[in-house]
Design a protein around this ligand. Sequence first.
Ligand code: KG4
Ligand code: ZN
Length: 337
Amino acid sequence: MPTYILGIESSCDDTSASVLCDGKVLSNLVANQEIHKSYGGVVPELASRAHQQNIIPVVNQAISKANIDKNQLNAIAYTRGPGLLGSLLVGSSFSKSLSIGLDIPLIEVNHMQAHLLAHFIDDCGPTKPTFPFIGVTISGGHTQIVIVKDYFDIELIGETLDDAIGETFDKCGNMMGLSYPAGAIIDKNSKLGDPLKYKFTKPKVGGLNYSFSGLKTGFLRFIEKETKLNQDFVQLEINNLCASLQYTIIEILYEKVILSLKQTNISNVVFGGGVSCNSGIITKFKENESLEKYLSYFPKLEYTTDNAAMIAMVGYLKFNNKDFSSIEKGAKARYQY
Ligand code: KG4
Ligand code: ZN
């Protein structure tokens, strides 16, 4: 008998629903919320209201695109956290109600774990990462390094002490007048610029932790100083600014990931999260594989940003372990492994 899992993701500003059959994606729909663009970042209350509008149509479309009837579903997997509480509440309440209505099990999923386990979705190619691996989750809200010994044996060994890496791309992009979210625009502009033209300070944080707030402030001060001398500075130098900023962010990321591989004696590194589609990051880690003796894995583009297929994938793995959740468990804005 095939196992059909419905995944529901609503941790930030994307409402997503997906149906998986035995780990194979039948549908994966994402409703983006354009409304945040004009505010330069996600506005939690608006995100929560948009989830309420989107969730029923998105779930209906995911089920009909999968060409199944809702009564064929075996379980519902939903994002319990981490994320924005108001957003999480929409997905979790909806999932709980639907599981009661259909009388099928409910499965809670940790969003960060799902970003990494997305690599095990059937259509992500034949070469799956082998355990143990170093997991690196880089997104708008998180920057973490973990040891993944098995699907559900994950240990946090490093994280940002302030801003997340995607937040750094977005906020520095905002300083240059780029629209939100700026990560992909900076990536694109970087290809036309000189990464060594401007030097920005790198943080001095011990161990495997990160800090990006100093870089962000230094970038702002530099732009303010140069704009006083020439008000068209940013416009004239946009590609070099983007390339130099991206170069610095990648250097900071790379250094700690290599340190984590050396400290743990692990030779596989698996990336997840919206920033993991950055072309500079992929090139840097791929280029240095034989020099530093590791293998790096990057997700398919559609599974880098927030999506419900990754939630349904973790749901499928948990379903096989009969690891079900009770409806009493509440959404968690902060949710560690
Ligand atoms: O995982 P995600 O969709 O949502 C969060 O959980 O945060 O990640 C969104 C982040 C944004 O900060 C966006 O600017 C960044 O991913 N991003 C990129 C690129 N594409 C998206 N950052 C750098 N380079 C990219 N190509
Ligand atoms: Zn995410």
